[in-house]
Design a protein around this ligand. Structure first.
Ligand SMILES: NC(=O)C1=CN([C@@H]2O[C@H](COP(=O)(O)OP(=O)(O)OC[C@H]3O[C@@H](n4cnc5c(N)ncnc54)[C@H](OP(=O)(O)O)[C@@H]3O)[C@@H](O)[C@H]2O)C=CC1
Ligand SMILES: O=C(O)C(=O)C(=O)[C@H](O)[C@@H](O)CO
Length: 332
């Protein structure tokens, strides 16, 4: 079905207010869920809303909590999210990193006791829209086997790198070949994955999303490389925030809460003049996109470059929402 931004936002807000979330907080949180969905990231917008409400109902998320600053070291700050709402707090923390970067050239906020921030790309994009390079990542509960293992011991720990420019270029990627959210999107659409996404119960590579969602033998992106990167991202987030690692979240908490996140903003414009910056970026983009195509019908593109088109299409035609997901939300 197709729904408007307003319908989505209103329904998200209704559910949040029914859980006694303050109206202004509910309004902002609902807006972020609707914006993520409108941008085309259905996996961590509308599709993930029921799971968010489940965590709210369980008491994992504290809707009245507000993040507080613990420590300041000039360009670096440490904050405690106090288990507040993940997307709202992440937005505030990237704003804080941007403000530090405007003073120091670079700003880094390390956050502990956080909750799932949904679409990590929202915060990279937020920095890039203001002219800053945005880099952020989060850890998670253990949902992926390290390379060579069968048992989940590492996080999907998505990494986001956003570059300001026209258009913004942004990589927003799980450390698994597919996020669980994208496995769900493919399963709901009745599609096989375009490449192998994990192992089946017999240890054979598989493209069946449902099999991997169930047995959790998801493949790290780049095999051992994604496995290693997931581990070091977890280590940095844990150390700088003095927060919980994937091991601690998994062994000490009953679910995915109390996680650790990093937000970095870097000011570009004091390091290079505007005309040179634009020319250099344009040359990179042109060089990449004019590579001889493997499939003549499929353009070579840069990450993040589809969002403006997707957003415009969704605004014009309405936002596609899976019927079963919408029924679930309406029943909340
Ligand atoms: N714990 C958490 O918080 C987690 C959150 N997530 C979130 O889930 C969302 C989805 O993540 P994931 O499934 O890894 O994302 P995808 O695998 O869909 O995309 C990963 C990256 O690859 C780029 N890309 C994909 N196809 C191409 C292509 N043909 N050419 C060039 N670039 C391409 C994407 O750009 P483009 O966007 O332009 O398609 C994106 O930057 C993210 O928002 C992520 O933050 C994921 C895991 C855990
Ligand atoms: O992979 C995802 O999608 C995601 O968003 C996650 O947070 C974790 O990997 C996990 O909680 C999915 O069950």
């Amino acid at each position: 079905m197709k729904l408007s931004f307003e319908t989505l936002q209103k329904e998200f807000k209704r559910v949040l207010v029914s859980r006694h979330v303050k109206p202004d907080v509910a309004d902002e949180c609902a807006t972020m869920f609707a914006q993520t969905t409108e941008s085309g990231v259905y996996s961590h917008g509308v599709n993930r809303f029921p799971r968010f409400i489940q965590q709210l109902d369980q008491g994992d998320i504290h809707p009245d909590a507000v993040a507080k600053k613990i420590l300041s070291l000039g360009a670096i700050e440490q904050w405690d999210a106090q288990r507040s709402i993940g997307n709202l707090t992440a937005k505030k923390m990237m704003d804080r990193a941007i403000s530090l970067a405007s003073d120091h050239g670079i700003g880094l906020v390390a956050l502990r006791n956080a909750n799932h921030w949904m679409r990590g790309g929202s915060y990279g994009w937020q920095a890039a829209e203001k002219g800053y390079i945005g880099i952020c990542w989060t850890n998670s509960i253990a949902v992926m086997p390290p390379w060579g293992a069968k048992e989940c011991r590492i996080g999907t720990n998505p990494l986001i790198v956003a570059i300001p420019g026209s258009p913004i270029t942004m990589v927003d990627m799980s450390m698994s070949m597919f996020s669980y959210g994208m496995l769900e999107v493919n399963r709901l659409a009745g599609r096989e994955l375009p490449v192998d996404g994990g192992f089946d119960d017999n240890g054979q590579l598989t493209r069946e999303p449902g099999v991997i969602e169930k047995n959790r033998r998801i493949l790290p992106m780049g095999y051992w490389k994604g496995s290693g990167l997931s581990i070091v991202l977890d280590m940095i987030a844990t150390l700088l925030s003095d927060g919980a690692s994937v091991a601690e979240v998994t062994e000490d908490n009953s679910d995915e809460y109390g996680i650790s996140q990093i937000f970095i903003a870097i000011e570009v414009d004091r390091l290079i003049d505007g005309a040179t910056r634009d020319a250099k970026l344009q040359r990179i983009m042109d060089y990449v996109t004019t590579a001889e195509r493997n499939n003549p019908d499929e353009a070579v593109r840069l990450p993040g470059h589809e969002f403006s088109r997707l957003l415009a299409e969704n605004r014009r035609n309405g936002i596609t929402v899976d019927d079963s997901v919408w029924a679930k939300i309406q029943a909340l």
